[in-house]
Write a protein that binds this ligand. Structure first.
Ligand SMILES: CC(C)(COP(=O)(O)OP(=O)(O)OC[C@H]1O[C@@H](n2cnc3c(N)ncnc32)[C@H](O)[C@@H]1OP(=O)(O)O)[C@@H](O)C(=O)NCCC(=O)NCCS
Length: 177
């Protein structure tokens, strides 16, 4: 039997992945209000105001936990450093996406959070595969996905980026449990 957790918590070596709370909104907005983050994602607006973060917290609370989970990535000393989501999208297998605040780049947090999320996805969410796409001009995210065990499918899609107000080439990757 698969018991769906309504508010899962994932612990890794340095990080805790947990549901966003209303009090996280100012911090999320401060980290997310960065064009170099938003333009690497499909859906993040720019500028990213506290109201956007408040709406994000409400949207996450309304997610069907069988179909999606979105986590704040919280560092043991630094507090929230980013966000990671796993959700059913346009593909048969669910998709993952994430961002880390600029001041925390290059410390392995995205990789550690993604690896923790993958363990959770296979053991608790009972998913056997996930897809992810990164924009072709975002090799850092491709590297994160590779380090976490994703492989390139060879497919490149055009995907719309809200912050770019344009489509961009998106290199598709897949992970299997
Ligand atoms: C991409 C992002 C999530 C990486 O977060 P992070 O915590 O710095 O990632 P990590 O430290 O775990 O790993 C980054 C890897 O990318 C590599 N990297 C960084 N810049 C790179 C570049 N320009 N080209 C190739 N590799 C690069 C790093 O060297 C590191 O790999 P290594 O461990 O083999 O040296 C972060 O930069 C971010 O949030 N960017 C904006 C939003 C985004 O891109 N989200 C993902 C959308 S698909």
């Amino acid at each position: 039997m698969c018991v769906i957790e309504t508010s899962p918590v994932v612990e890794t070596r340095r990080l805790v992945l947990r549901a966003p709370a209303p009090q996280d909104a100012p911090r999320i907005a401060a980290l997310a209000n960065d064009i170099d983050i938003a333009r690497m994602t499909k859906r993040m607006p720019h500028p990213f105001h506290v109201k956007h973060a408040e709406d994000f917290v409400v949207q996450v609370a309304a997610q069907d936990p069988a179909r999606a989970s979105t986590f704040v990535i919280e560092h043991e000393d630094q507090g929230p450093v980013g966000v990671i989501g796993l959700f059913e999208g346009e593909d048969r297998v669910p998709e993952t996406g994430y961002w880390i605040g600029r001041e925390f780049w290059g410390r392995g947090f995205a990789t550690e959070a993604l690896e923790g999320a993958l363990v959770w996805a296979s053991r608790k969410w009972r998913r056997r595969a996930l897809v992810a796409g990164h924009f072709a001009d975002n090799p850092a995210s491709g590297r994160v996905l590779e380090k976490a065990g994703f492989l390139y499918t060879g497919e490149t899609r055009r995907a719309f980026s809200l912050a770019r107000r344009a489509d961009a080439d998106t290199r598709m990757m897949v992970w299997m449990a």
